[in-house]
Design a protein around this ligand. Structure first.
Ligand SMILES: [Zn+2]
Ligand SMILES: [Zn+2]
Length: 227
């Protein structure tokens, strides 16, 4: 098919990034939108799947294969509940995630699980840090592994961010950020920590971060890319 170039359009004979710009340019002018360009997020490291078997919000369709196929972000990590993985499921979990080309994470529910979680080879940790001494000490334990540690939805767990080591990454969570006074909670720390934005998706239609990005923008927070 011959494409007639409009004024300002570039030559379709070129490849790579310039060609992407060209395709985008055509689509824009034709009033169609190449969704891939517009909705792909940069990163999402907090995604659950059917491996979070004890979580009632999970649906059967939320498989690693589906998350990998949707590929809603440039970097996608799976972070199922660690306590659902320890009974012999971790090996299969890790293998399936690696084969899908995604990052391997786990979501660790407080100090009771931290020491054991530190022994597992993962790419990063997501940690439930409630306002108790043992949970803050567990952050040090996980940081000692040298792997990134993301403090999960701190606004929902009453985490005292004054007690969180500066090396931790603080999450702005699309599922939970809007449920509290997030401006009051996050504002004092916005220049103190690095922040990551997550979906915390448990179902395919949760694979998005719209509200979390809105909050980050209002706070003047730039997302930190972990990988
Ligand atoms: Zn959580
Ligand atoms: Zn979660």
């Amino acid at each position: 098919m011959k494409i007639n170039l409009l004024p300002g359009m570039s030559d379709p004979g070129i490849s790579g990034e310039k060609n992407d710009v060209f395709i985008f340019d055509i689509a824009w002018r034709m009033k169609t939108r190449p969704l891939h360009f517009l909705v792909m997020l940069q990163q999402d490291l907090h995604v659950h799947t059917t491996y979070s078997s004890n979580d009632s919000a999970i649906v059967a369709e939320q498989t690693i294969a589906l998350v990998a196929a949707v590929k809603h972000a440039g970097i996608v990590g799976i972070s199922d509940h660690f306590d659902s993985l320890v009974d012999g499921y971790f090996e299969e979990y890790e293998k399936e995630i690696r084969q899908a080309g995604l990052k391997v994470g786990v979501e660790v529910d407080g100090h009771a699980w931290a020491a054991e979680a530190a022994n597992y080879i993962v790419d990063y940790y997501i940690f439930h840090c409630r306002d108790r001494d043992a949970d803050y000490h567990s952050l040090d334990k996980l940081l000692a592994t040298g792997r990134p540690v993301i403090v999960a939805h701190p606004n929902m767990l009453d985490t005292n961010l004054n007690r969180v080591p500066i090396e931790c990454l603080i999450e702005i969570n699309n599922r939970y950020v809007w449920r509290t006074d997030w401006k009051q909670f996050y504002s004092p720390f916005k220049d103190h920590f690095k922040f990551v934005i997550s979906s915390d998706a448990h179902q395919p239609n949760w694979l998005g971060q719209t509200v979390a990005h809105y909050a980050a923008e209002q706070l003047g927070i730039q997302e930190y890319l972990v990988f």
